[in-house]
Design a protein around this ligand. Structure first.
Ligand SMILES: NC(=O)c1ccc[n+]([C@@H]2O[C@H](COP(=O)([O-])OP(=O)(O)OC[C@H]3O[C@@H](n4cnc5c(N)ncnc54)[C@H](OP(=O)(O)O)[C@@H]3O)[C@@H](O)[C@H]2O)c1
Length: 328
C-alpha cells in the first residue's frame, strides 16, 4: 500500500524576489496534481543558475504569479501519485526529471508535480542525489550538441567545461567522436582530462583565441557575460562552423556578428523532454557518462546551495537533499 500523503510539505520559499537571504524553509500546501501530471516525492533537487537568476528577479521571474514562490527545476525522487491505474510510471517508481518552473511549483520541496512526459526512470546505479544533478544540465548539453549537428572528427570547444552543463557536454562530445577542447581554471584541468577533453585551456592564463583555431562547434556556456567570451569565440570558428550559446541574452548582436563571418549562431532553451532524458539515463546507467556532484546540502541549507552556484565556480553540480535516500 502506498503511504498516505501529508496535507502540507516542507519547501524552500521566497516571499519576494531578492538575494539568497530571502530563502526560508516553510510548511506549504501540497502541490495539486492535474491532468497527465505525476506527483513525485522529492529526495534530491539540484541547483541551476536559472534558479538563482529567477529568485533574484531575472531568468524566468516574469512568470511568477504568486508568492510564496518555490524554485527548482531538477529533481530525483519516487512517484507518489499517478493520473490513472496503468500509468507507465506507477507509484513507487524512482524517477528523475525537470519541471517547467515557475509555470508549476518547484522542486526545492518535499513534493513536486510534473508532466509525465518530463520524467524518466532513474538510472539504477545512481543515488537520487546524483540523478537529481543530471536533467537540466545533461539535456542542455545534449540539445546544444544536437543543434550544432556534431559528428565524429569535429573540433569542439566547450566553454565552462567543468560546470554543470559543461561536464556533460565534454563527455557527450567525446562519445560522439569529436576532438574536445575545454576552458576552465587551472584547478579543473585534470578534471576535464578525466572527462575526456583532449585539450584544456586555463581561461585566466591564456586567451583561447591565441591557442585554438579551425573549430567546427563552440558550446558557449559563458557568452559575453565574461570577457566577451562569445564574441571572441567567432575568431576560432571555421567558416560554416556553428556556435550554440546558452546564457541567452548576454550578446544581443550575436546573429549579425556571426553571419558577417559566415558562421551559424543560435541560442538554446532546454525542453523538459523525458524521452531525451531516457537516452541520457541509459548512458549514465552503462557508465559511459558520469555525473559529478560537487557538494550536497540539506533542504534547510538551500540558501547556501544557491550561494555556491552564484559564486560561478562549481565543479559539476550542487544538490539539495529533501529526504534520506530510500533503502534499496
Ligand atoms: N538556455 C538554457 O536552456 C540553459 C540551460 C542550462 C544552463 N543555461 C545557462 O548556461 C550557463 C552555464 O550553466 P551551468 O549550469 O553549466 O553553470 P555552472 O555549473 O554554474 O558553471 C560553473 C562553471 O563555470 C566555469 N567558469 C566560470 N567562468 C568561466 C570562464 N570565464 N571561462 C570558462 N569557464 C568558466 C567554472 O569553472 P572554474 O571554476 O574553473 O572557473 C565552473 O566550473 C548559465 O548561464 C546557465 O544559466 C542555459
Amino acid at each position: 500500500m502506498p503511504e498516505p500523503l501529508p496535507e502540507t510539505m516542507r519547501a524552500l520559499v521566497v516571499d519576494r524576489l531578492g538575494d539568497a537571504d530571502e530563502l526560508r524553509l516553510a510548511a506549504v500546501a501540497m502541490p495539486l496534481r492535474i491532468a497527465d501530471e505525476v506527483l513525485v516525492r522529492v529526495i534530491a533537487a539540484s541547483v541551476n543558475p536559472i534558479d538563482v537568476k529567477t529568485r533574484s528577479g531575472r531568468g524566468s521571474s516574469a512568470a511568477i504569479s504568486s508568492f510564496p514562490f518555490i524554485g527548482g527545476s531538477d529533481f530525483s525522487g519516487v512517484v507518489a501519485a499517478v493520473p490513472y491505474a496503468q500509468h507507465p510510471f506507477p507509484v513507487g517508481t524512482p524517477v528523475f526529471g525537470m519541471g517547467r518552473v515557475p509555470r508549476v511549483g518547484g522542486s526545492f520541496a518535499e513534493f513536486v508535480t510534473v508532466a509525465s512526459t518530463a520524467v524518466a526512470v532513474k538510472p539504477a546505479n545512481l543515488s537520487h542525489v546524483e540523478a537529481a544533478a543530471a536533467p537540466v544540465a545533461a539535456q542542455t548539453a545534449w540539445g546544444m550538441l544536437q543543434l550544432a549537428g556534431i559528428g565524429a572528427g569535429d573540433r569542439v570547444l566547450v566553454h565552462a567545461g567543468a560546470g554543470g552543463v559543461g561536464h556533460f557536454a565534454v563527455q557527450f562530445a567525446r562519445l560522439a567522436g569529436a576532438h574536445v577542447i575545454a576552458t576552465a581554471s587551472a584547478a579543473n584541468a585534470a578534471f576535464l582530462r578525466e572527462l575526456g577533453a583532449h585539450e584544456t585551456i586555463d581561461y585566466a592564463a591564456q586567451r583561447f583565441e591565441d591557442v585554438v583555431s579551425d573549430v567546427d562547434v563552440v558550446i558557449d556556456l559563458i557568452g559575453n557575460v565574461h570577457d566577451d567570451t562569445g564574441s571572441r569565440s567567432l575568431e576560432v570558428l571555421r567558416e560554416g562552423g556553428c556556435l550554440v550559446n546558452a546564457p541567452t541574452g548576454s550578446w544581443p548582436t550575436m546573429q549579425t556578428d556571426a553571419a558577417a563571418r559566415g558562421i551559424r549562431a543560435t541560442g538554446y532553451n532546454v525542453p523538459a523532454d523525458g524521452r531525451m532524458l531516457a537516452e541520457i539515463a541509459a548512458l549514465l546507467e552503462s557508465g559511459a557518462v558520469r555525473v559529478h556532484v560537487d557538494r550536497e546540502f540539506p533542504l534547510e541549507d538551500g540558501a547556501d546551495a544557491q550561494r555556491a552556484v552564484e559564486g560561478g565556480h562549481v565543479r559539476g553540480k550542487v544538490v539539495v537533499r529533501a529526504a534520506e535516500e530510500p533503502a534499496l
